[in-house]
Design a protein around this ligand. Structure first.
Ligand code: GRF
Length: 203
């Protein structure tokens, strides 16, 4: 399967995917990496792996719809079977959703539907939950509302309240990278169907 990965930051989830696709048995290749900003480690990781990259910054476009069209066109050019948003911090536009509906996989650092949005780790910590984790899900028109594929659980420690959630986020990301690699591989090799908001991967 052909994957396009979208990133906004350090790209450690991308790196886990880049490492996984090095094994042909994984059943997927990363054909391009896109970003909404430049100068990020995620792009460097792609370049180091010899994967083509593209950047579309919202501020370089007349409006959000124009950015959406440009991003959609760049991704379409690579004919992906799946798009993975791995720490991509922008909400995808209507055009993008129409082009890739049901084929966009996102990873979120909380147990959805709790704590959606850009501050999932901090929000869970502030609420005082004792367990949190990560969610791999399909993207729909809402923010972190799409059908859930898999979740991983991480315990919150008392000490996590001392550093603003940094260590907790690192423990979540360790689980997250493993889960994302596992799920993307299964989707790539086995496909999936969506039924009544449930995602089924043929076993
Ligand atoms: C991940 O925890 C992702 O879920 C969140 O941002 C982090 C991205 O990390 N939204 P990285 O860029 O893959 O290292």
């Amino acid at each position: 399967a052909r994957l396009v990965v979208l990133v906004s930051g350090s790209g450690t989830n991308l790196q886990a995917l880049l490492d996984a696709v090095a094994d042909p048995a994984y059943g997927a290749e990363i054909v391009a990496v896109g970003a909404d900003r430049d100068g990020i480690a995620g792009l460097t990781r792609a370049e180091r792996a010899g994967v083509p990259t593209f950047v579309h910054r919202i501020k370089d476009h007349a409006d959000r719809a124009d950015w959406d069209a440009a991003l959609t066109a760049s991704v379409e050019r690579h004919r992906p079977d799946l798009v993975v948003t791995a720490g991509f911090m922008k909400i995808l536009g209507a055009r993008f959703m129409a082009a890739f509906a049901g084929r966009i996989v996102n990873t979120h650092p909380a147990l959805l539907p709790a704590f959606p949005g850009a501050h999932g780790v901090a929000d869970a910590l502030a609420y005082g939950v004792r367990v949190t984790g990560c969610t791999v899900h399909l993207v729909d028109a809402g923010v972190d509302t799409g059908p859930i594929i898999a979740q991983g659980v991480v315990e919150v420690l008392d000490a996590d309240h001392a550093d603003g959630g940094e260590a907790l986020h690192e423990r979540i990301k360790t689980v997250e990278r493993r889960l994302l690699v596992e799920i993307v591989g299964r989707l790539a090799r086995e496909g999936h169907r969506i039924e009544d908001r449930k995602v089924w991967i043929p076993a």
